[in-house]
Design a binder for this molecule. Structure first.
Ligand SMILES: Nc1ncnc2c1ncn2[C@@H]1O[C@H](COP(=O)(O)OP(=O)(O)OP(=O)(O)O)[C@@H](O)[C@H]1O
Length: 398
């Protein structure tokens, strides 16, 4: 029988581990994502997503061996890169980094850092400052590698895994590990960026894992959410300005602001070179090729968001201008008042009635106006008296 030797060609930015083992160290893989990590400090959202069948090395790539400097995955290297880059920024900015770890299991979002194990499903919500967030997910400040290691171990220990015939500890959920960076600029403004590492559940076919019962049902939901992710990828590749079905699954909704907008994303396709995995490998490569067709117009993040000091400064400037105007108006009024109630100066140059100046010039004015009226009354009385006298005199002599 003739063997079909027609090859299928895929084109990717970089291939690690082929031919056998070349360029496959954790450090070499990290080099491809360094730019994305650095951009988080400048307000971008970064996403590094690992896709592939179970056991293909997704968790190894993203998390790796937390206690080994050679085998540490992208998470530890990303935090080190953030620390290095923060040290290089000399504009007086201060930084704060938090971590959150959640899993999406059977369309339920669960907080893996929360001590409340029986908590309800968390919801994806729009936040004014941070964009899309998983509301209620615990965020823990992380300042060094030791803290990162402890928190990541704590989170991953709670992740839902099951034994399948392809992986003894197969991840049954999608795990989202997010480093949230808050940067306070020297002028007091705030900038937010986040780096999300997405460790997807295995993308293999159900029959391959020979899963049964609950694991089989989980597998159906895993495939459903992965196909929702595929639909979003297809829609973004075909018509990014059209309708994108982000709301079709919790996974795509949670990743909405890391799949487009001000996000930079790296997709790592993990695949097995084994002939027995050819179908899964082909499917994973097809997914990667489709995602490579996504062209998003990157939005430059605004440096200062609502509630930041820019608004405060503008308000302060407006208040200052207002104060100056008030003072100017008061000065002009005072000057105008002096001209209306102008008080003739005495010989020593002091205004007349200076001791009463506090009572206001208007009192002075009213006094000067009433004086002639009083004199007029006296004059009228005098004239009246004269007339009465004249009248009496005439009556007496005539
Ligand atoms: N490039 C690699 N170098 C060394 N070991 C690796 C590599 N890739 C994977 N492994 C090992 O293979 C095993 C399975 O890998 P891993 O758990 O990362 O797979 P996965 O794709 O995350 O699987 P799942 O989807 O079930 O979670 C692990 O023991 C891991 O250490």
């Amino acid at each position: 029988m003739m063997q079909d030797r027609s090859a299928i060609h895929f084109s990717f930015d970089k291939v690690h581990g082929f031919p056998s083992g070349t360029g496959n160290t954790q450090a070499e893989v990290f080099c491809e994502t360094r730019d994305i990590v650095q951009s988080v400090l400048h307000g971008f959202n970064g996403c590094i997503m690992a896709y592939g069948q179970t056991g293909s090395g997704k968790t190894h790539t993203l998390v790796g061996d937390l206690s080994s400097s050679a085998d540490a995955g992208l998470l530890t290297r990303s935090l080190s890169e953030l620390a290095r880059e923060i040290g290089r920024i000399e504009d007086g900015s201060t930084f704060h980094v938090d971590i959150s770890v959640v899993e999406i299991y059977c369309e339920v979002i669960k907080d893996l850092l929360s001590t409340n194990s029986g908590g309800a499903s968390l919801a994806v919500q729009q936040d004014r400052e941070y964009g899309l967030i998983i509301a209620g997910a615990v965020k823990v400040a992380v300042a060094n590698k030791g803290e990162l290691e402890a928190l990541t171990r704590q989170g991953l220990a709670r992740r839902t895994v099951a034994s399948t015939c392809t992986n003894a500890a197969s991840s049954r959920s999608h795990c989202l590990i997010t480093l949230i960076v808050q940067r306070r600029l020297p002028d007091g403004g705030l900038m937010h960026g986040k780096l999300t590492l997405v460790d997807l559940a295995g993308s293999e076919r159900q029959d391959k894992t020979r899963a049964q019962g609950v694991t089989f049902e989980e597998g159906k939901l895993i495939n459903k959410s992965l196909s929702a992710l595929g639909n979003v990828v297809n829609a973004l590749a075909d018509n990014p300005s059209g309708h994108i079905p982000y709301r079709d699954s919790k996974l795509t909704r949670a990743l909405q602001d890391t799949l487009g907008g001000k996000a930079r994303m790296a997709l790592i396709i993990c695949c097995s070179p084994a002939a027995s995995d050819a179908a899964e490998t082909l499917s994973s490569l097809r997914f990667g090729a489709r995602a490579k067709g996504i062209m998003t117009s990157l939005q430059v993040p605004s440096e200062r968001k609502a509630g930041s000091s820019e608004l405060t400064q503008q308000l302060a400037a407006a208040l200052q201008a207002n104060k100056q105007l008030r003072e100017e108006i008061a000065e002009r009024k005072a000057a105008a008042g002096q001209s209306v109630t102008r008080i003739p100066s005495t010989h020593d140059g002091r205004p007349c009635g200076a001791a009463r100046q506090d009572a206001g010039g208007l009192e002075q004015t009213s006094t000067s106006l009433w004086k002639p009226a009083w004199l007029l009354v006296v004059d009228l009385l005098t004239v009246a008296c004269c007339l009465v006298s004249l009248h009496c005199w005439l009556v007496y002599y005539l």
